[in-house]
Design a protein around this ligand. Structure first.
Ligand SMILES: Nc1ncnc2c1ncn2[C@@H]1O[C@H](COP(=O)(O)OP(=O)(O)OP(=O)(O)O)[C@@H](O)[C@H]1O
Length: 429
């Protein structure tokens, strides 16, 4: 009996010891697991924008860029904007997509409390801002009653942060403080193309300049269509969305309408600007790259005639087309302010190209790549003609620009493919 109770006590004691041991082991394991989860979430949070009071602890930059003015390239600089990125970076946070987060206070100060209005679009007002770093930028404030909402704002930030080309307007950064959503862009000192075509107070653009602008815009759109992965359809190509820098090089801006296409794939309502809209899109409600080509064709005719679609541009074009046989005879629609100072051969080539772009049948329209090729050829033969005339010894800035363009063309395809991808878009904003 004594022996039995001794065995029982021993058994219970061993059971208790094992139980306590297992409990301690379980507690230790739980703590260790918690620690691991914490440390991995720390690592994840290191890629989202963190305000660091001037110290850029979170600089996760992609190496994709085609644009010498791209925020990621400011440090390398090729056109006098060399230290932009570095100077901004000191005071702002760089997000994973390489764009900067600005503070509301800095922007409020730089825009003199949002009084330096330079434009008003569907998105909201645009202000000119002088940053304390000495740089000038444009600040687009998303209007609270804007049709374009917060989700689209975030989509635009993520999308634009990945798209860089020298003929697209650069997104430098954003701000989402005080219930406001703002986008910060490179400042384009020569404003928009529409004002150069229609404002009587501004000197008319020369014919040569117009063709250069046409090629710049075509290259920007070619990049969106064929360089970006997945492709981007702009959906609102028009003269007020073409901005001109201090060298009068054109940049395509306002990807506002490209966003819905990216998100939904199929638009439910008609979007865009009346007069530039592809008739095929109006009837099918399906927007394609060729719809951008149609709008681009309207823009080309605007450049030729300095008449807006709202002033009956396309009716005017259709009348002229009846007389323009075999791609000649377009001179009757040319902007009178050019006073006959244009190359007739170039004019007929550009107008014939524009007419192909506005063909009712989308399939018959050229691609943006074809358009770039035609316009490059026009400028190349202009350059050759000047060489033959012996004027090349004193090359104009435009002629030099052609040489640069041609050199860049040779490298652009490989650069396009060097990771300008938005398919692995970070969702950290
Ligand atoms: N980065 C910039 N640099 C200089 N001016 C700019 C810049 N961004 C916009 N602007 C000016 O502000 C105007 C309004 O721009 P925004 O892109 O908001 O609208 P929009 O293109 O004119 O019209 P919508 O929004 O209807 O397409 C432009 O036409 C231009 O004159």
């Amino acid at each position: 009996m004594k022996g039995e109770s001794f065995g029982l006590i021993l058994g219970i004691s061993i059971g208790v010891v094992i139980g306590v041991f297992l409990a301690i082991l379980a507690l230790y394991c739980t703590r260790y697991r918690k620690k691991q989860i914490n440390s991995s979430s720390c690592r994840r949070s290191a890629t989202i924008p963190i305000r660091t009071n001037g110290v850029d602890t979170c600089t996760v930059l992609s190496d994709s860029t085609l644009d010498p003015d791209s925020p990621r390239n400011y440090g390398k600089g090729s056109n006098g904007m060399s230290l932009w990125f570095d100077s901004f970076k000191k005071n702002n946070v760089v997000s994973a997509s390489g764009i900067l987060e600005f503070s509301y206070r800095d922007l409020q100060k730089a825009t003199q409390n949002f009084t330096t209005l330079i434009g008003q679009g569907a998105f909201g007002p645009v202000y000119k801002a002088h940053m304390s770093s000495g740089e000038t930028v444009a600040v687009k404030v998303l209007a609270t009653d804007s049709k374009q909402g917060e989700i689209e704002f975030e989509t635009e930030v993520k999308l634009l942060g990945r798209l860089h080309h020298r003929n697209l307007l650069n997104l430098i950064g954003y701000c989402t403080e005080k219930g406001k959503n703002m986008l910060i862009y490179a400042y384009m000192s020569n404003g928009n193309l529409a004002s150069h075509l229609y404002d009587e107070k501004i000197e008319p653009l020369s014919w040569d300049r117009r063709v250069h602008i046409a090629l710049d815009v075509a290259r920007g759109l070619e990049y969106l269509h064929d360089g970006a992965v997945p492709p981007v359809i702009h959906r609102d190509v028009k003269s007020s969305n073409i901005l001109l820098d201090q060298l009068m090089r054109a940049r395509v801006s306002d990807f506002g309408l490209s966003r819905e296409e990216m998100v939904a794939g199929h638009a439910s309502n008609l979007r865009g600007t009346f007069g530039y809209l592809d008739p095929e899109y109006i009837s099918t409600k399906t927007f394609t790259k060729k719809s951008d080509v149609y709008s681009y064709g309207v823009l080309l005719f605007e450049l030729i005639a300095a008449r807006s679609p709202g002033q009956g541009l396309m009716e005017y074009v259709e009348l002229a087309a009846m007389n323009a046989e075999g791609g000649t005879g377009w001179e009757e629609i040319v902007d009178a302010r050019l006073e006959g100072n244009f190359d007739l051969e170039e004019l007929n080539e550009v107008a014939a190209l524009a007419y192909k772009c506005v063909n009712r049948t989308p399939k018959k329209r050229p691609s943006m790549r074809d358009i770039v090729q035609v316009l490059s050829r026009v400028l190349k033969s202009r350059h050759c003609k000047k060489h033959h005339r012996g004027t090349s010894l004193s090359a104009t800035p435009e002629e030099v620009a052609i040489d640069i363009d041609q050199a860049e063309d040779r490298t652009s395809v490989s650069e396009h493919r060097r990771g300008d991808s938005i398919d692995s878009m970070d969702t950290d904003l």
